[in-house]
Design a binder for this molecule. Structure first.
Ligand SMILES: Cc1cn([C@H]2C[C@H](O)[C@@H](COP(=O)(O)OP(=O)(O)OP(=O)(O)O)O2)c(=O)[nH]c1=O
Length: 198
């Protein structure tokens, strides 16, 4: 069986994949998301995240000879605006003020690349999240924790960011960065099955 490789620097994705009990290696892609995402700004969110997930997986797969590589990308979309990771505390505050009292969508794209052959599979998932009305004090205090800075939309639902959320409709794990049911469906297409470990 080829080695499963997670092409991600995200500790959340590493934990979620480990939760499935699968054996895998982690090799982060060093894709420049700022530059790369710029090429996809015209695309609908689902196409954008799958394109970036695929680019991450492909970049890591190029350096390997016998592996199945998983890449993922997460964005937040609110009223047509795409929010990635905030570049500064000020930007994090602006994102949280914008999301306050509204519903937004979290999209995660996932892609698998099998080498040799560069055979691709990809999928995406969308989850709706509604934020409470947040006070300026709460936003400032939350940004001061540092939690928002490496996360799309400037929050982490799995952390203190849980306190911002009024309701969620869809896959929770998708919001954290890896939709587990969709991921397993793709892995099974390549013969990797968490229900059938040897
Ligand atoms: C909305 C939300 C996002 N996030 C995270 C998931 C992703 O790690 C991150 C979005 O950034 P991504 O660019 O998708 O991923 P990454 O740069 O962290 O890692 P890599 O590209 O190496 O795979 O935001 C949370 O952890 N919790 C949340 O509630």
């Amino acid at each position: 069986m080829p080695q499963l490789v997670l092409a991600s620097a995200s500790p959340r994705r590493q934990r979620l994949l480990a939760q499935l009990g699968l054996d895998f290696l982690t090799i982060p892609s060093d894709i420049e998301e700022g530059d790369y995402a710029g090429l996809h700004t015209g695309l609908p969110p689902a196409e954008r995240v799958t394109a970036l997930a695929r680019a991450k997986a492909e970049m890591v797969a190029r350096g390997l000879s016998d592996a199945i590589v998983l890449g993922a990308d997460t964005i937040v979309v609110c009223q047509g605006q795409v929010l990635g990771k905030p570049a500064s505390a000020e930007e994090a505050e602006a994102m949280l003020s914008f999301l306050s009292g509204k519903s937004h969508e979290v999209y995660t794209g996932i892609a698998l690349v099998r080498v040799p052959g560069m055979i691709f599979r990809q999928a995406w998932e969308r989850t709706e999240v509604r934020f409470r009305q947040l006070s300026a004090r709460e936003i400032k205090a939350y940004v001061a924790t540092g939690e928002p800075l490496d996360k799309a939309g400037a929050y982490g639902i799995q952390g203190l960011g849980a306190l911002l959320v009024e309701s969620i409709c869809g896959d929770f794990f998708n919001v954290v960065g890896l939709p587990l049911v969709r991921t397993v469906a793709l892995l099974q297409e390549f013969g990797i099955d968490p229900w059938n470990r040897t």
